[in-house]
Design a protein around this ligand. Structure first.
Ligand code: ATP
Length: 899
């Protein structure tokens, strides 16, 4: 047995069967103290010695696989075939251009995908997990990476264990070890040593890194970190796969496949026509088909969609909403109901005792926040706490049955570590003149049952050094009254409802004498308690939440508040928040309802009080059965199932447990309801911008394909070559379409109803717009081409003019597309997106090079143009811009605001 397991020099953690040792042996080996923990200096030294507590991540797809994957796309495959066949047919220039485009496209896709993945990684890194550790006698929240062997770590329900721990103390600890052992049933823990040869699943005195606490609390000493932990030794932790695929990208892939099929059919028909009817040779006919395919294939689309999603994710992270699963970005915009917790999300989570209810009197308590400034008063004026024994008893009970700690900052600010409800009781005790350490020394705690939302109470067991033992109980008043045998007491009931109707959270405090031999708290055999009194705590709504609720309502989203608080408290706070609710639905009422009546009730009530996590599940099922698309918030381990079942599960970054975060799609780093509203808005913007990208890219392809088909049917010379088409597609996709990813929100985006999740990708207005614009585009290009020929221009000049018409019409079309139907005939439409202006400049430069630079002239068979040609190009582009504006005006008249 090692007397000191931590040799000062080694960086290896000793391989000791800690599960077979006692807790004291583990403490001694790591030279630490169960109550005080390590000293800061020592923890720093050990961090240097053993390194940070991190596990190397599983390897991702390598660069080679990622590069190859860029070609795994039906659109690109068709191009590859076309390039190969043109090569075999000795059309080396066309073949080279096609391959060039495929390669450029792959490079762009590769780079953009890499950027998107990095952006997502950066966003995820903001979710570093934390742990509660005891150092130099007090608790601290530190990043899990900073934990060192010998640290004393506290665990509670919902924590993902970050290190390997030898347990020192535990309270109803149950741990889900499936990540490590595959066993799905949670394991009950205790602190006695296990046999040396026990398998990991049977080492009940240990808590292993990567496992999840589902119940209870514990304290343990770190015996291994990072690669020294059991998971670290197995190899890398199976990290969540970062997939860039979302339902939308899947739909777009499907769409691309459909287009490809369609192109192949039209291509076959065109080939037959050109060869059979048009009298072209097989080679010529084939080149026409290649041109058609190349024209119609939107090869830039997949990359654009990915980048729009990634930019949206980054924008959300900038607004404190972190997307854990990419599909959430696009589905957020479809949310019809947001179910939010009250405490801390809609309210500030800064509890202050404002009222003290004693059996014979009622006091008000002044002061705000956790600062002990302020005092107590009754109807006759200020009350001296030292002359009010029952108040002192209440304040003492509130201090004993309490795990929160107040910190007094250097700037005279007061903050709480632990439960704010309990923090408020510490402040109350200070206002009553009590000293915490004296009270704790007079009545040491022997055992306790922590607060759990299901129980709605907390209890502690103490003795007083004089042979007496007693319990203190604090909790929701109905629970406490029942445990005091006062269940039906009307007077207390009225007093509770009066306080709750002012929006106060009411807590009752009670005590019970127990036999001196009692050394543990048994929930099954609790004694009868004596009520001491109650307190009313106020936790005001966040002002920004009030505004956000109004914004959501205007956007056609119903906000529902689900809280564990009393129905009357919930109703009062709901009113302050502007929730539209006739009455309150309570957990008891939910329990009495069958699924059908619940479905009706859930539509009528926006305020749900005294609800537990199970009720959340039923509410969600009822809402989804009504066809709603639900975002649901949660923070506890019991909320995880509801978060998973929700269409968008939202977890709290600060207050939330690891369990809730891991079950969620979205994490709010500021725990604030207003952030959900801004994420929904951002989600709508992302979806709009994806639609706008489709709206922009598809008519380009449609127009070009139309152009070729018309020329073929009319038996005219092709107005553009294959290489030229590819040029147009590339330069517009990488410049103009990209600008749409940065498009700011449409005005009024939060004054429209949510999009139905079942809405097809190409809606009717969108389809009509694409067809119309394709038609106009083909028309003006053909017109310009014929005009150049008719005035004696060479075929090269005519084609150069046609290409420029296509590109300049695209440039102006970008400004059409910035708004679905709102007019672009104003200055803001041209100046509102800086990226659009920059890419326009770039594109004009590219077109000048295309027209005048000899190397490009050589590759693309283009020729210099004169002023008359430019006048016609600009004129036609403007005409098309106005034609689209006219079409938009028609949609506006019909009340259509988006497509
Ligand atoms: P919300 O859903 O609004 O965030 P919640 O569901 O977290 O609130 P709980 O914390 O479960 O609400 O509180 C439910 C009730 O339990 C409270 O109304 C209060 O009476 C009681 N309670 C809350 N905190 C404590 C505590 N620390 N000790 C004892 N009782 C508590």
């Amino acid at each position: 047995m090692p007397s000191t397991a931590a040799p000062a020099s080694s960086t290896e953690m000793p391989a000791v069967a800690w599960h077979a040792r006692t807790a004291d042996q583990a403490l001694e080996a790591w030279q630490t103290d169960a109550t005080a923990g390590l000293e800061f200096d020592e923890s720093r030294r050990r961090l240097e010695q053993y390194g940070p507590n991190t596990i190397p991540e599983a390897r991702r797809r390598g660069p080679f696989v990622r590069a190859i994957a860029q070609f795994n796309n039906p659109l690109i495959l068709v191009l590859l075939v076309a390039g190969t066949v043109t090569g075999v047919l000795q059309h080396h220039l066309d073949s080279a251009v096609i391959f060039g485009v495929v390669v450029i496209n792959a490079i762009i896709g590769y780079v953009q995908e890499g950027k998107a993945e990095n952006a997502l990684d950066a966003v995820r890194a903001m979710l570093a997990s934390h742990a509660t550790v005891v150092r130099e006698g007090s608790r601290h929240r530190v990043e899990s990476g900073e934990l060192v062997p010998g640290d004393i770590v506290l665990l509670e329900a919902g924590d993902r264990v970050a290190v390997d721990l030898r347990l020192l103390r535990e309270h109803g600890l149950r741990v889900d070890e499936s990540a490590l052992t595959g066993e799905s049933m949670p394991v009950e823990k205790d602190i006695g040593p296990a046999p040396v040869d026990a398998s990991i699943g049977d080492r009940t005195c240990m808590a292993y890194s990567g496992t999840l606490v589902v119940h209870g609390q514990a304290r343990g000493v770190v015996i291994a970190t990072g690669a020294g932990t059991e998971v670290g030794q197995i190899g890398a932790m199976v990290s969540e796969t970062t997939s860039l695929a979302t339902p939308l990208t899947t739909r777009i892939d499907q769409f691309a496949r459909q287009i490809t099929g369609f192109i192949l059919i039209v291509g076959a028909l065109a080939f037959a026509f050109a060869w059979g009817v048009g009298g072209h040779s097989v080679l010529e006919a084939f080149l026409v088909v290649v041109g058609l395919g190349v024209a119609a294939i939107p090869e830039g689309l997949p990359a654009i969609i990915t980048i729009v999603l990634a930019i949206g994710t980054r924008a959300m992270a900038g607004e404190r909403a972190i997307v854990r699963r990419l599909p959430a970005v696009e589905t957020l915009g479809s949310v019809t109901v947001i179910c939010s917790d009250k405490t801390g999300t809609l309210t500030r989570n800064e509890m202050t005792v404002v009222r003290v209810l004693l059996p014979e009197s009622e006091l008000t308590c002044s002061g705000v926040g956790y600062a002990p400034d302020g005092g107590l008063a009754d109807a006759h004026g200020a009350v001296d706490p030292s002359e009010c024994p029952v108040l002192l008893r209440l304040a003492t009970a509130g201090l004993l049955c309490n795990d929160a700690v107040l910190h007094h900052g250097d700037d005279d600010s007061w903050s709480v570590v632990g439960d704010p409800t309990e923090g408020a009781l510490v402040t109350l005790a200070m206002k009553a003149g009590l000293e915490r350490h004296e009270v704790a020394a007079d009545f040491p705690r022997v055992d306790h049952v922590p607060f759990e939302s299901e129980n709605r109470f907390m209890a502690t067991l103490h003795h007083d050094h004089r042979g007496h033992s007693f319990m203190v109980l604090k909790g929701a008043p109905e629970r406490v009254l029942a445990m005091c045998g006062l269940a039906g007491n009307d007077e207390w009931h009225d007093r509770i409802v009066r306080a709750a109707a002012e929006g106060e959270r009411v807590l009752a405090l009670a005590t019970a004498e127990v036999g001196p031999e009692t050394d543990s708290l048994d929930l099954e055999h609790l004694p009868r308690f004596d009520l001491i009194g109650m307190v009313g705590l106020l936790d005001p709504p966040r002002p920004e939440a009030v505004a956000a609720v109004a914004e959501c309502q205007a956007a056609g989203i119903t906000v529902k508040m689900i809280t564990g608080d009393h129905g009357a408290t919930a109703e009062a706070i709901g009113r302050e928040l502007g929730l539209q609710s006739e009455g309150v639905l309570t957990g008891d009422a939910i329990e009495a309802m069958d699924d059908e009546s619940l479905r009706a009730a859930v539509d009528e009530n926006d305020v749900i009080g005294r609800a537990s996590p199970e009720h959340k599940m039923r509410l969600m099922a009822a809402l989804q059965a009504r066809g709603h698309y639900v975002a649901m918030t949660g923070d506890g381990v019991n909320d995880a199932p509801a978060l998973k079942a929700a269409d968008i599960g939202v977890a709290m970054g600060h207050r939330g447990t690891d369990a809730a975060r891991e079950a969620s799609d979205l994490v709010l780093t500021d725990d604030n309801f207003a952030t959900i509203a801004s994420a929904v808005k951002q989600g709508r913007v992302v979806f709009d911008n994806i639609k706008k990208s489709l709206l922009f890219i598809l008519p380009t392809n449609g127009g070009e394909a139309g152009l070729i088909l018309v020329a073929l049917l009319l038996a005219r010379t092709m107005p553009v070559t294959v290489g030229q088409i590819l040029w147009v597609n590339m330069v517009t996709a990488v410049t103009l379409a990209l600008a749409l990813a940065f498009e700011p929100p449409e005005p009024g985006v939060m004054r429209q109803s949510p999009r139905a999740p079942t809405e097809p990708l190409i809606t009717r207005p969108l389809g009509i717009r694409i067809a119309y614009v394709s038609f106009v585009m083909a028309l003006i290009t053909l017109a310009a081409f014929e005009w150049e020929l008719s005035r004696g221009g060479s075929i090269e000049v005519a084609r150069t003019t046609a290409v420029n018409v296509l590109v300049f019409a695209e440039i102006l079309y970008l400004f059409n597309v910035r708004h679905f139907t709102a007019s672009a005939l104003n200055r803001r439409a041209f100046t509102g997106n800086r990226v659009a202006l920059v890419v326009t400049g770039v594109l004009i430069a590219l077109q000048v090079a295309f027209t005048y630079a000899p190397p490009l002239q050589k590759v693309f068979a283009s020729e210099a143009l004169g002023w008359a040609s430019w006048a016609v190009i600009i004129g036609l582009a403007i005409a098309k811009f106005l034609a689209v504006e006219a079409e938009k005006a028609l949609w506006r008249r019909r009340g259509v605001r988006r497509m």
